[in-house]
Design a protein around this ligand. Structure first.
Ligand code: ATP
Length: 515
């Protein structure tokens, strides 16, 4: 665990040192859980958004995009249930004065049981070697069974408390499980209270009665209230989807996990409108499609898993998360929900407008059901950084830090490095960049030794470096160096485009989505 925390700390400082992520307002000592993206971060983030956007609207004929405003009519948030129910249960430790989400404390406790069980299994696997039968061990070992029984009992109790919104019981679970504050180490807890996560501000001047408006806590509602506009103007037939990328705001209670949990963040959401009764098939299909999208990035299939929800939101009839193995454990990066007709029906009721779909095939009109896929850009960014960050010990004993980013997402695709700053080498390097810069993000670097320059590019995940030397002037060849293998090859300048194009193209990722 300590080792993992260490990795996470290194990752956070790497993000800052190499211009990926800076704390917001840093010269004023920062602003809690708000972050800025630097020169490399913004490129990676834009590439990530493009990967999602194109996977939605380019690859699916029946998915289109919109970009709705952050401010919306306040009644929308009444209709969606956010004004009354967008709450998290909070609890304070009286000694450290630190605030926690009560549900997260219990989830962490469940993860501890899982860890204990997995450790027993790992130990036994080592002991028994090849003859180890994991299933049998899990179902017969007394220590495992004991932990499993405790975990299951806690899980049942926790799910019930959440479903009943029973705050006292939630507190009692924390007490009974002897959960301590990680800062003070004590069990001196306050009551559990509900806390609404929406930010609000005023629109209009106060003299003529300003209106309280909210900063949207999710982008989805902008899609619901535009559903009919898009359906009519795009002459869309069910099933069809609407995708959107945009900022969302939540006044999170606990904000100590870097860009995993922010107060201002970005979401990529897609609402897929279907005929009632077909929603669970579509739910299964989108689950599979979205997992493929994640796995195509090549960070390791074993790093993803589904986690079905214990407590279904008031609007959902099925829900799952795609979790990624972060340095601090498996955590949600994307939610997939079958939202029934809850949102559209509610907007119909609150607005008094008819937002039904007329089905030309059956002649009926109905409110469509909705499958939502909702992913946080920033969490996805963190998962990619965590999955790509490597410290490798080289043959000569040196360590290199490399980001093995999927090439399509890398902030810089090609670095062009003249061996020396004279003899016409910088000029030739510039000519190469001028030729390739319309297709690939290139960077010129002439400072320090070639070795140091390679390291700088490794640290930001640049898949290709090209070195221009004296021979290049004579025969128009250069040395291309591949980031992951560190192999070098002499190739004609004229072939660079072709060598890179296929490898850095999104197509390479998209092709895996069809399989
Ligand atoms: P959590 O349980 O972690 O608070 P959630 O279940 O409330 O998340 P959703 O409402 O399903 O999250 O939001 C969809 C996605 O938006 C999440 O999977 C996550 O990637 C992202 N997201 C939600 N809240 C935040 C946040 N505070 N900071 C960054 N990303 C977030």
């Amino acid at each position: 665990m300590a080792q993992q925390e260490d990795v996470f700390k290194k990752l956070v400082s790497h993000c800052k040192e190499y211009g990926f992520v800076f704390p917001s307002s840093e010269i004023y000592d920062g602003l809690g859980a708000v972050y800025d993206y630097g020169q490399n971060g913004v490129e990676l983030k834009n590439n990530l958004k493009k990967y999602w956007w194109d996977a939605m609207v380019l690859l699916n004929e029946n998915v289109v995009g919109i970009d709705s405003a952050i401010f919306m009519h306040p009644t929308i948030w009444k209709a969606s249930g956010h004004v009354d129910a967008f709450n998290d249960p909070l609890i304070d430790n009286k000694d450290s004065k630190k605030r926690y989400r009560a549900d997260v404390l219990v989830e962490d406790q469940l993860a501890k049981y899982d860890d204990k069980i997995n450790k027993e299994v790992e130990k036994a696997a080592k002991r028994f070697g090849e003859s180890f039968d994991e299933a049998q061990f899990r179902s017969t070992n007394t220590r495992v069974l004991e932990q499993q029984a405790k975990r299951d009992a806690l899980h049942t109790r926790f799910a019930k408390a959440l479903n009943d919104s029973d705050l006292e019981e939630l507190r009692q679970i924390i007490i009974d499980e002897e959960i301590v504050c990680p800062i003070s180490g004590t069990r001196n807890w306050t009551e559990v209270r509900q806390f609404n996560l929406m930010f609000s501000t005023e629109m209009g001047s106060t003299s003529d009665g300003a209106m309280k408006v909210y900063l949207r806590p999710e982008t989805a509602q902008g899609i619901f209230v535009n559903y009919l506009n898009v359906q009519k103007t795009g002459r869309m037939k069910l099933p069809f989807g609407i995708a959107q990328i945009g900022k969302a705001f939540r006044n999170e209670i606990v904000a100590r996990q870097f860009i995993f949990r922010m107060r201002e963040f970005e979401q990529m959401e897609m609402q897929f409108f279907v005929k009632p009764g077909t929603e669970l098939d579509w739910f299964a299909k989108w689950k599979e499609t979205r997992l493929k999208w994640h796995k195509a990035l090549g960070l390791g299939d074993q790093k993803y898993r589904f986690h079905d929800h214990d407590k279904l939101a008031h609007y959902a009839n099925a829900a799952t998360d795609i979790e990624f193995e972060m340095p601090f454990g498996f955590k949600e990066v994307e939610g997939i929900h079958s939202r029934t007709d809850f949102d559209l029906s509610s907007h119909e009721k609150f607005s008094g407008k008819n937002i039904r779909y007329f089905d030309p095939e059956s002649g009926e009109s109905y409110v469509p059901y909705v499958i939502e896929t909702s992913i946080g850009v920033d969490r996805m960014f963190l998962s990619i950084m965590a999955g790509s960050y490597k410290e490798e010990v080289l043959e000569n004993g040196e360590t290199r830090v490399v980001l093995t980013l999927p090439p399509a997402l890398a902030p810089v695709k090609l670095a062009v490095l003249p061996l020396v700053k004279k003899d016409g080498l910088p000029e030739l390097a510039r000519t190469i960049i001028d030729d390739l810069k319309f297709d690939f993000k290139c960077q010129y670097d002439e400072k320090d030794s070639i070795g140091k320059r390679y390291r700088r590019q490794d640290a930001i995940g640049t898949p290709f470096c090209v070195t221009v030397d004296h021979q290049s002037l004579e025969d128009q060849t250069v040395t291309i160096r591949f980031r992951d293998s560190m192999e070098q090859e002499r190739v004609p300048v004229s072939q660079l485009r072709a060598i890179m194009a296929e490898r850095v193209s999104y197509k390479t990722l998209f092709k895996q989505l069809n399989g």
